[in-house]
Design a protein around this ligand. Structure first.
Ligand code: ZN
Length: 267
């Protein structure tokens, strides 16, 4: 079985004391791939160090997180562009719109969003999108600049069925994390109706740990709890869920693995 954690901030300080151990443990628990979303200019260095330490397992993205978009956002985007020119990245992210924490920089967030869509098109990379209290705004922005070659994932999806179908209708995937295991989240009922080919598994470590670790620090090994819950909802085995969702991740991020070169993927 091969599992993929499609969204983990393993370079953050929450892992400073035991980072290597956390990653080795994840690999031991069959989580072979961990995709690392960038946050801003300051997180690049620790993220790239981790990629250097685990080149077979950790794959970086490049982008600017919406909660890091302030007056100086262009500085961060310029630096992202420089990095994209000189190193290999697997997605633009994480980017998006967050209207939960702070609406002060909404105009800047929209501009950073547009510019990162352009980076995705220029470098032919998928988008890893953060959406918090902002589906309508993101759908409007995407409608404005949508191109069929744009691919990506709405990470940590917690919306309703209508929003889920809007996203899959555009050819984007849904990133499913620990919230799936929370009682009364309503996410299980939505995910039940969405075919597995549209789903990725993720942790968003160190945040949003799944049951039975809820409230604790999240780590990539715990993605198996999300996979088990998804298997239960779909009436499938854990192995099938692992195989399918890893295949989805390999194709979206174009990570070479001959086992997952399934013909229905066009790109
Ligand atoms: Zn994240």
């Amino acid at each position: 079985m091969i599992l993929t954690d499609s969204h983990a901030h393993l370079y953050l300080e929450q892992f400073d004391a035991d980072r290597q151990e956390v990653i080795r443990n994840a690999i031991k628990q069959d989580v072979r791939y961990m995709i690392l979303p960038n946050i801003d200019r300051d997180s690049i260095k620790p993220m790239m160090q981790l990629v250097k330490d685990f080149p077979e397992n950790c794959f970086p993205m490049m982008g600017l997180h919406p909660t890091s978009v302030k007056e100086d956002y262009t500085v961060h985007l310029d630096s992202a562009r420089e990095w994209l020119k000189k190193e290999k990245f697997y997605a633009i992210g994480e980017m998006g719109i967050d209207l939960y924490w702070d609406k002060t920089f909404f105009a800047e967030q929209q501009e950073a969003f547009r510019q990162q869509i352009n980076l995705a098109l220029e470098f032919n990379l998928p988008l890893v999108m953060h959406s918090r209290n902002s589906f309508d705004e993101i759908f409007r922005l995407l409608d404005e600049i949508y191109k069929p070659e744009l691919k990506g994932v709405f990470h940590c999806f917690t919306g309703n069925l209508e929003q889920a179908e809007h996203i899959t209708g555009m050819g984007f995937l849904l990133g499913i994390g620990g919230v799936l295991t929370y009682k009364n989240s309503g996410l299980a009922e939505v995910v039940e109706k969405i075919p597995l080919e549209h789903l990725l598994l993720e942790t968003d470590a160190p945040f949003l740990a799944p049951v039975p670790y809820r409230g604790k620090r999240n780590e990539s090994a715990f993605v198996v709890e999300v996979a088990k819950k998804l298997a239960e909802i779909k009436g499938l085995t854990l192995e099938v869920v692992a195989e399918m969702t890893t295949g989805n991740a390999m194709r979206l991020f174009k990570i070479p693995n001959s086992r997952f070169q399934i013909p229905y993927f066009k790109n």
